[in-house]
Design a protein around this ligand. Structure first.
Ligand SMILES: Nc1ncnc2c1ncn2[C@@H]1O[C@H](COP(=O)(O)OP(=O)(O)OP(=O)(O)O)[C@@H](O)[C@H]1O
Ligand SMILES: [Mg+2]
Length: 215
C-alpha cells in the first residue's frame, strides 16, 4: 500500500506576557507561518514489512507512526498499537495466553523471562517490564499490523536488542507488519527492517530499503 504523509502545524502561539518576553529575548518571530514536518512523503508499506523509524527527539517520529497506523487502519488492516493495550489488575500469567504454557511462551518472546515477574500485577512492575508485557499482548493479539512507539526505549540496550530480534522474528513468523519508532539507532541488525525512515531536521527524511534474504 502506498502511503502519502503530509504534516504541518501553524506556528501560532498564545501571546502571554512571558511568551512575548521569550520572543523578544530570543528573536523568535511570532507571525503565523507553517511549520512543515512532512511534505508529500511517500512510503510503500506492504504486508509483512518491518518499518524502523528513527530520528532525534521532536523530529516527527510519533507523528509519522500515528499517521501510518491510521492510514493502514483506514485501508482495512487490523492494527494494534502498544499504547492501546489494556492491562488488568491481576497477575501477568493470568491475563495472557490460553494456558500457563502459552502465557510463559508469549512473555518469554517479549523478553520477560523471570518467574518473579510472571506472578506480579502490572502495577508492581518497572516501566521496562510493563513495556515488555504490552509487547507480549501485542504478539498475542492476532492483529496484522503491530505498532510500537518508543520501541524498547526504556530497556537496557542488551535487553532491547534481544527483544527487537524476538519481536521481529515473531512478526515474520506470523506474517504481521511491524512499525516501530525510537530515537535509538542501534536496532537495525536485530530488527532486520525492510525499510528504515530516519527523520532529519526540517522536512528532510532518509529512506533506506533493505532486501533481506530469508533466514
Ligand atoms: N499539535 C501540535 N502543534 C504544533 N506542533 C506540534 C503539535 N504536535 C507535535 N508538534 C511538533 O511536531 C514535532 C514532532 O513531534 P513528534 O511527537 O512526532 O516527535 P518525536 O520525534 O516523536 O519526538 P520524541 O522522540 O520526543 O517522542 C515536535 O517538534 C512537536 O513540537
Ligand atoms: Mg515520539
Amino acid at each position: 500500500m502506498l502511503l502519502r504523509v503530509n504534516k504541518s502545524f501553524d506556528t501560532r502561539v498564545e501571546k502571554s506576557s512571558r511568551v512575548l518576553e521569550v520572543a523578544e529575548s530570543f528573536g523568535l518571530g511570532l507571525s503565523d507561518k507553517r511549520f512543515v514536518i512532512y511534505e508529500d512523503l511517500e512510503i510503500e508499506v506492504n504486508d509483512g514489512d518491518i518499518l524502523y523509524i528513527t530520528g532525534q527527539s521532536g523530529s516527527g517520529k510519533s507523528l509519522l507512526l500515528r499517521d501510518v497506523a491510521q492510514q493502514l487502519r483506514e485501508g482495512g488492516k487490523n492494527v494494534i498499537s502498544i499504547d492501546e493495550v489494556p492491562l488488568l489488575d491481576v497477575p501477568l500469567v493470568d491475563q495472557i495466553g490460553s494456558d500457563t504454557r502459552e502465557a510463559l511462551e508469549l512473555m518469554s518472546q517479549a523478553g520477560l523471562n523471570d518467574a518473579y515477574v510472571w506472578v506480579r500485577k502490572p502495577s508492581e512492575l518497572s516501566d521496562g517490564q510493563r513495556y515488555r508485557f504490552r509487547l507480549a499482548k501485542v504478539l498475542e493479539s492476532g492483529a496484522n499490523v503491530w505498532v510500537a512507539d518508543e520501541f524498547a526505549a526504556v530497556l537496557d540496550r542488551e535487553t532491547a536488542k534481544i527483544v527487537a530480534f524476538n519481536i521481529s522474528k515473531a512478526a515474520r513468523t506470523r506474517g504481521a507488519t511491524l512499525v516501530v519508532a525510537t530515537t535509538h539507532t542501534d536496532l537495525t541488525k536485530y530488527l532486520g527492517p525492510t525499510l528504515t525512515v530516519e527523520k532529519l531536521y526540517g522536512e528532510r527524511v532518509d529512506l533506506t530499503k533493505y532486501e533481506w534474504l530469508p533466514a
